[in-house]
Design a protein around this ligand. Sequence first.
Ligand code: FES
Length: 76
Amino acid sequence: MTGWQNTPFAIDVRQGDKLAFCMCGQSKNGPYCDGAHKDTEFTPQVVSFDEDKTVYVCGCAQSAKRPYCDGSHTKL
Ligand code: FES
């Protein structure tokens, strides 16, 4: 990953994956947490996956269902 974008990240996850998604918007490795939230009020959202699938993770930080995309990026 290279950083934030105004479209969702399509991420192929595997059963047993446990990923920490950035909630502060400061990560340089969006949508993943890189520890940049240390001096903010935010904490990453850790999600465990129990099956192989593709998930769509918000890249614009406007979703009400973060870490997942809810389509809000279409209104930017
Ligand atoms: S990328 Fe943020 S709501 Fe879709």
